[in-house]
Ligand binder design. Sequence first.
Ligand code: TYD
Length: 207
Amino acid sequence: MTFITFEGIEGSGKTTQIHLLMDWLHQRTDRALLTREPGGTSIGEQVRAILLNPINTEMTPEAEILLFSAARAQIVREVIRPRLADGWIVVCDRFADSTLAYQGYGHGLPLDDLLGITEFATGGLWPDLTVYLDLDVETGLRRKAATPEEWNRMEAKEVAFHKRVRQGYQALAAQNPQRWLVLDATQPVEVIQKQIRERVAAIVGGQ
Ligand code: TYD
């Protein structure tokens, strides 16, 4: 059982890298699952729609963290834990570290409170490996602007917010270097993927 998460600011190329990794994993095992946060369950997808709807401008940061955590509590118990218990490799597009980076460092909510809420939501589950695609904010937002249909409520926030999120990710990674694989997201796609596969192979090799 191996739990792998991907983190990064908007435009970091997370989705591309995750799909390349899943192609590779599926060639090696029929027990690899991709899921995403917020979402990944029926309840989670409904919560996601509330969170990302641009109409919800009045949403407070406190309401936001509780909605993210509600979706997380559901996916951990409905999907992630049962699959891990059955020996699957579970890959999640964002997880609890997104809350610490976005709601904590980004919005300035107290990290201790966020950790408490997150531990409650996850039941103490943390990833075995977190792949973090590090990128400067201007490049990330420029990449995203190329696909305006993906623009959503979260991405409309100011550049300064995203800069705090990036600093948050870097701080989290520095605190736990064994769990975090930090990669320069400006490298070519194949170069990044090769580094991810090497690390994942080292973890799941014996599985
Ligand atoms: P999504 O469209 O999935 O963005 P991406 O493709 O960048 O992953 O939207 C998820 C947004 O929600 C993204 O801006 C990050 C944010 N988010 C939080 O603020 N806190 C969280 O706990 C999670 C899981 C996501």
